[in-house]
Design a protein around this ligand. Structure first.
Ligand code: ARG
Ligand code: ZN
Length: 887
């Protein structure tokens, strides 16, 4: 059942051109496909009789007819299986014509051709094209496409596909019209797209550096035109950035984005016709939070950047997915850093990596960024392939430097433009362009698991030396009991007692080389001797999070406080505070378990107070520094996750901080409050995040359980008066955790105001799903029956079911097991409708072994119930069965 990288074989046949004709109907959609095919010349020996059997992928369709070189084939001349069409021995060069019929209105998987809000739309990555027509549905088969679409002109006035519009008919007597699109670039089938329906668009232009004018269009459902400006501005910035940083220009005359309400993922980079989840297009201050605005900018950039890293150079096979995804995430992260604050972006990305990727890397689904095998490829669009993949590219950038990295990218495109290649090809281009040896570095592509670095330091005052000893190890992961050492770039500095960075000179070097530098950690154990070190330094290690590892160094509390205040590396100033908070909070969890009273260190509270009151700090950075480690992150640091202990301790700490700093928090909220004119720049976002952080602490005060107190008044006032959704949601989120009468009032008012904006209603669902109140599970169950809830819509599922199971640890993991039963029931319902969405939900059980025996047994029982259900999709089966492996 599993597919293995080692079994890769080139395709026996190639497809040069594809002519598609779609006849879109309310009942049946007919697809005619005409393929110009030949046997693969790379496979010797080419014989006159062709390349042996031709096996085309195809599923969930009705095959109408097959013709070869103009001759209709008799059904005895081919065979059809549940996912294939086989021609036993076609010639070396031929035209294949296939007609299929589909029922897109019944396609709830949202893969292939499906309907959304009455429109037609496609999603073909990874293997959706095979639900449209029989094809060699694999990325190393690249063809030039021409697409003709015919449909009712009233219902489908807009009909789009990849490339340039080459023909359009007027309405015919039967009320139908026809358009043709041609894409001059050869592409794999996963980049095919078609959209048809009632859509409106906004338009702009971009003139490339070399002077080409490109038309830019964003298509949305009528009524949403007023929420497209931010996406358009983001697109234009992305195009300029890619020209400036990588010299990469857009290559067609038109670039289109279509926003659809039903979409499994964030967005899709189809050539010239990106299809987006509305969540990553529609944004205006009244309906979208700052996080949403930043998400739109990042995803628009991500999909645009794929035009070169993904489309012009694509993947040979799906094991190479990180070739395009890791690289493109790295590119979109760098773009966002350049648009906003680099340290703030880096902190957010590392938090995300730790919250999602580290757990994946230490659980039953752990896999290298280039997996060795899969049962269902859609299960491998993971945070490991994407975010750890981006970290691996970032390490290459660190090792080569910005100029070296650019040289490597240039060589990569020079060698591989128009090809379907591998991760090895990418690393080879990087190494060849710079003569940097990346031999050992390649292990990052093949070994799973998060490496651990144990570092110690020893100062010799008499010899004026400082010795760092670095040990690396990596825990076993499924199928990989033993790991070879990684090549780890360890960025560091040494702080002298005044807090300044010392010049860094390693033994054997003639002179110091800077005050922050990157050490190459290559061995299981390695020492680095620094000379001319008069006084014992405080090391600042893994600056900027230079590698995706877990680092341990025996810093004392004083050292951490010192780093928090003095480190020239902003990321490590934040990190020192987080390390300190983590340590104190885990001690409190132990105190609570032992029945000891809880007390939060006054020194720690004082350090928080200093940050809060420091006028020189960037408010966005201050907000990150004043945020305690999440419950999830704290749980990861424990051998057995103490769900209730962690929740209680975190709430206790928030209350203790709020109580001690009450006046300062109120002052901060007041100073940053008011309705300043809305702007979406880094400074304005930062002010809102610090203001809302202050509000959150104030609502953690004891007194905030009662009506009429100052904090409650602030919160309720903000909810009713704020113009920006960021501020409204911050206040509503606080109220949702309380039993105040204003809670119901606010939730009802919010819904009444926004019931016609699906993306805002999603926020309303998730806020309720994430409430820490004891009755949340029952409320979530009731909300499944709310008229605005729709289980076929992925955004609704992610908001309500995902919000509960993924964003509410204390209620999901309730010891009664009701949360687990609920999630399993939803997984089974979704399994029959949309396996990709179901599989994302079942992943929430994957970490069951990290909990106490009681919870383990409950989760395991649900997983077993799921695996034993007949008719399970491959998607859900793979996750559930791998989660249970060895149990
Ligand atoms: N390539 C898209 C992106 O990263 C995601 C497509 C996800 N598709 C899937 N079947 N999981 O921008
Ligand atoms: Zn992508």
């Amino acid at each position: 059942q599993a597919i293995h990288l080692k079994d890769y074989a080139p395709p026996p046949y190639l497809i040069d051109t594809v002519d598609l004709a779609f006849d879109l109907g309310e009942d049946v959609t007919r697809v005619q496909s005409k393929l110009a095919m030949r046997s693969n010349p790379a496979l010797a020996p080419a014989s006159a009789t062709g390349g042996g059997p031709l096996v085309l992928d195809g599923q969930d369709m009705r095959l109408v007819s097959v013709a070869l070189d103009g001759r209709a084939l008799d059904p005895s001349e081919y065979s059809v299986g549940p996912d294939s069409l086989t021609l036993p021995n076609p010639p070396a060069d031929f035209i294949l014509e296939i007609v299929t019929e589909l029922r897109p209105q019944e396609n709830t998987s949202l893969s292939g051709l499906y309907r959304t809000s009455g429109n037609f739309c496609t999603q073909c990555e990874a293997e959706g094209f095979r639900k449209i027509t029989y094809f060699l549905d694999r990325p190393d088969v690249m063809a030039r496409y021409r697409t003709t679409i015919t449909a009712d002109a009233m219902r489908y006035p807009v009909m789009l596909s990849n490339g340039n519009l080459v023909a359009a008919s007027k309405m015919e007597a039967d009320g139908r019209h026809t358009v043709s699109w041609e894409d001059p670039f050869a592409k794999p089938s996963y980049l095919f797209a078609l959209v048809a329906g009632v859509l409106v668009h906004i338009e702009d232009t971009h003139v490339t550096k070399s002077g080409r004018t490109v038309a830019l269009r964003i298509y949305v459902e009528p009524g949403n035109q007023d929420k497209c400006d931010h996406a358009m501005a983001s697109l234009k910035k992305s195009m300029t950035w890619d020209e400036e940083v990588y010299g990469l220009e857009y290559d067609l005359d038109i670039f289109m984005i279509v926003a659809v309400g039903d979409f499994n993922m964030g967005a899709m980079e189809n050539k010239g016709l990106n299809v987006f989840n509305t969540k990553y297009v529609l944004a205006k201050p009244e309906t979208a939070t700052d996080t949403d605005f930043l998400g739109v900018e990042a995803v628009v950039a991500h999909e645009y950047f794929h035009n070169w890293t993904g489309n012009r150079v694509t993947c040979r096979d799906w094991f190479q997915l990180s070739l395009k995804e890791g690289l493109t995430v790295f590119r979109d992260q760098e773009f966002s850093s350049d648009m906003h604050s680099r340290p703030v972006k880096r902190i957010a990305d590392v938090q995300r990596l730790r919250a999602a990727q580290f757990p994946e890397d230490s659980g039953p689904m752990a896999h290298p960024i280039r997996p060795d095998s899969y049962i269902e490829i859609n299960n491998f669009y993971t945070t490991t392939v994407y975010e750890k993949g981006a970290e691996v590219v970032r390490m290459i950038h660190t090792l080569l430097g910005a100029d070296g990295f650019r040289k490597g990218m240039d060589l990569y495109f020079q060698r591989h433009d128009g090809q379907a290649v591998t991760c090895d090809d990418f690393v080879a281009a990087m190494a060849d362009a710079t003569s940097v040896d990346l031999g050992q570095f390649r292990r990052w592509y093949s070994q799973a698991g998060t490496p651990e670095l144990d570092v110690t330091g020893a100062h010799d005052a008499a010899a004026r030396t400082y010795r760092l000893t670095v040990r690396q190890s990596c825990p076993p992961t499924p199928g990989q009991p033993v790991k070879q050492p990684f090549h780890i770039p360890l960025a560091l500095g040494l702080l002298d007692p005044s807090g300044a960075d010392m010049p860094l000179r390693l033994a054997g070097e003639a002179a110091p080389a800077g005050t922050s530098r990157v050490l190459d950690v290559m061995e299981a154990e390695q020492v680095f001797d620094f000379v001319d070190v008069a006084e014992a330094p405080v090391p600042s290690l893994l600056r900027g999070f230079s590698a995706p590892v877990k680092l341990r160094f025996p810093h004392g509390v004083d050292d951490l406080t010192f780093l928090m205040a003095n480190d020239s590396d902003a990321f490590n100033r934040w990190e020192a505070g987080q390390t300190l908070a983590t340590r104190l909070m885990l001690d409190l969890v132990a105190d609570r378990a032992a029945g000891r009273p809880l007390e939060l260190s006054p020194g720690f509270i004082a350090a928080f107070g200093k940050i809060l009151k420091d006028p020189t700090l960037d408010p966005a950075f201050a907000a990150q520094a004043l945020t305690l480690p999440s419950e999830g992150y704290l749980g990861q640091q424990m051998p057995v996750i103490d769900v209730d202990g962690i929740h209680e301790v975190r709430a206790f700490c928030r209350r203790a901080i709020a109580t001690a700093l009450r006046d300062d928090l109120i002052a901060t909220h007041r100073a940053l409050g008011g309705n300043e004119p809305f702007a979406i720049d880094a400074a304005a976002i930062g002010r809102r995040s610090l203001k809302n952080l202050a509000l959150g602490y104030l609502m953690a005060l004891e007194e905030s359980g009662r009506e009429g107190t100052e904090a409650v008044e602030l919160c309720v006032g903000q909810f009713h008066n704020a113009h920006a959704m960021t501020d409204v949601i911050a206040a509503l989120g606080c109220l949702a955790d309380t039993d105040l009468p204003q809670r119901e009032v606010a939730l009802r008012r919010f819904y009444d105001l926004w019931k016609d904006e699906p993306l805002v209603v999603d926020k309303w669902f998730s806020i309720q799903a994430m409430s820490e109140r004891p009755g949340t599970l029952e409320e979530v169950k009731a909300l499944l029956g709310h008229p605005a809830f729709e289980i076929r819509n992925p955004n609704k599922v992610y908001a309500l079911i995902g919000g509960f199971a993924g964003g509410n640890p204390v209620r999901f993991h309730d010891i009664g097991g009701g949360g687990y039963r609920f999630l399993a029931d939803q997984v089974l319902t979704l399994n029959a409708l949309n396996p990709q969405v179901a599989s994302r939900m079942v992943k929430m059980f994957a970490r069951w072994r990290k909990y106490d025996p009681r919870r383990q047994a409950l989760m395991r029982a649900e997983l077993e119930r799921i695996v034993q259900t007949p008719g399970l999709s491959r998607d859900v089966f793979e996750i559930a069965s791998k989660s249970l492996e060895g149990a």
